[in-house]
Design a protein around this ligand. Structure first.
Ligand SMILES: Cc1cc2nc3c(=O)[nH]c(=O)nc-3n(C[C@H](O)[C@H](O)[C@H](O)COP(=O)(O)O)c2cc1C
Length: 393
């Protein structure tokens, strides 16, 4: 579930090349369950047509201040009256200058001035416009006025230059708007999460690994950050993008993961061990590629350290959450692991079903017993898990 579900948003579009990305953003917001009213500046209509935005939002788009179709004749007040937030994407340099001055010479700027809800601004412009001291002054003033600035991103720009100023991608903006509406249940908490599979190298090109995708741990990291926590993610092998607002430390072998966790564990309030850490590693890692000289090959393995058990037994241990992926006797094995490692909370899931999937079906085990959650997307499982953790804290 998205926290923007059933929220009323005004999506304000101003005149910039990135207006084309507003169509995709609108589609994602509507798909996530938001009720979106689009308002465009006259300049925005030079870049993308209101027809597109009307089709995607299912509502007429407003552009003119002098619009008689609004029943009380006051669109500048009526359109934002029910809004939970106004999102400007893209926000032109010109429009931000207007916001700073409190000008109200078109419908969108008047709506922003007359609003009684948060304003989220996603700047989009060329590198020079962004770096101009006037724009930087305006950004600082907008922040001081309590306006949230989303981005901008850096990279290749429509003008051919490379640098800071381009609008964040629609997916990233959706995540930030969702974070804005997420209850801050973990504000002030520090959370360390491990995620993904470990790689135990046999030789320079071969490794022992497992099928963990990292999706569950990354989802937990994203939701924990959205809930206001300071999140550090120790990540094994995965190709996933780092969630917004999360500090990632790459650690691919079990030993590297152990070192990364142990050197960051002090002052953490919560430790959530989601990574599928190899129980064993090869005794020796060959420096050259192993040749196929014999018909059989034996590889001697040695036990890796149990990161979670060690963290849980620290003198000032954080609140520890374990994940137990089992292929059989799930609750029995997971419950026994919880007790053996003295964890307040264990998440039990069937290994075969969850690995790599976008959904998960888990049971939370704590001292009060088993709390089965319905099968759901991993982001939703993460939300329910962290709500449970916040409740236990
Ligand atoms: C082709 C073209 C592209 C433009 N792209 C941007 C842009 O990406 N960002 C920006 O701040 N201004 C851009 N501008 C300038 C704005 O469109 C101009 O400042 C306009 O007055 C903004 O109006 P508005 O803020 O009312 O929407 C562009 C202008 C043109 C002609």
């Amino acid at each position: 579930m998205h926290f923007i579900q059933n929220k009323h948003l005004v999506l304000g579009i101003t005149g910039g090349i990135a207006a084309y990305k507003a169509a995709e953003l609108l589609r994602l917001l509507v798909k996530a369950g938001a009720d979106v009213q689009v308002v465009m500046t006259a300049a925005a209509c030079q870049f993308i047509t209101p027809v597109t935005m009307q089709a995607l939002s299912g509502k007429p788009v407003f552009i003119e201040m002098w619009d008689s179709s609004i029943s009380n004749g006051m669109p500048h007040i009526e359109l934002s009256r029910r809004a939970d937030a106004i999102l400007l994407a893209p926000a032109s340099a010109d429009f931000m200058a207007k916001l700073v001055q409190g000008r109200a010479d078109d419908l969108l700027s008047t709506l922003c001035l007359a609003r009684d809800c948060p304003l989220l601004v996603a700047p989009a412009m060329n590198k020079q416009m962004w770096e101009n001291p006037a724009t930087q002054r305006n950004i600082n003033q907008l922040k001081a006025d309590g306006i949230s600035i989303l981005g901008p991103d850096s990279g290749e720009q429509a003008c051919g230059e490379i640098g800071l100023g381009r609008m964040l991608e629609a997916e990233a903006l959706l995540a930030l708007v969702n974070a804005h509406f997420t209850p801050k249940l973990l504000a002030g908490k520090r959370v360390l999460i491990t995620a993904g599979a470990t790689l135990e190298m046999l030789d320079p090109v071969r490794a022992m690994t497992n099928l963990s995708s990292g999706k569950m741990g990354y989802a937990i990291a994203q939701v924990a950050a959205d809930m206001g926590a300071e999140v550090t993610l120790v990540s094994g092998a995965t190709t996933l993008n780092t969630p917004i607002g999360v500090t990632k430390i790459k650690a691919e072998s079990a030993n590297a993961m152990y070192d990364a966790v142990m050197s960051n564990i002090i002052q953490q309030d919560i430790f959530i061990a989601v990574a599928a850490v190899a129980d064993y590693r090869p005794v020796t890692q060959q420096s050259e590629k192993i040749k196929k000289n014999s018909s059989t090959l034996s590889i001697e393995l040695t036990r890796n350290k149990d990161i979670l058990a060690e963290v849980a037994s620290l003198p000032n241990a954080p609140f520890c959450v374990g994940f137990a992926a089992e292929t059989e006797n799930l609750l029995e094995y997971a419950g026994a692991k919880r007790k053996a490692k003295k964890l307040p909370l264990m998440v039990a899931n069937l290994a075969g079903e969850a690995l790599g999937s976008d959904e998960n079906n888990v049971t939370l085990l704590d001292e009060n017993g088993a709390h089965p959650l319905e099968r759901a997307p991993k982001i939703e499982v993460a939300r329910l898990l962290l709500q449970h953790v916040a409740g236990m804290l």
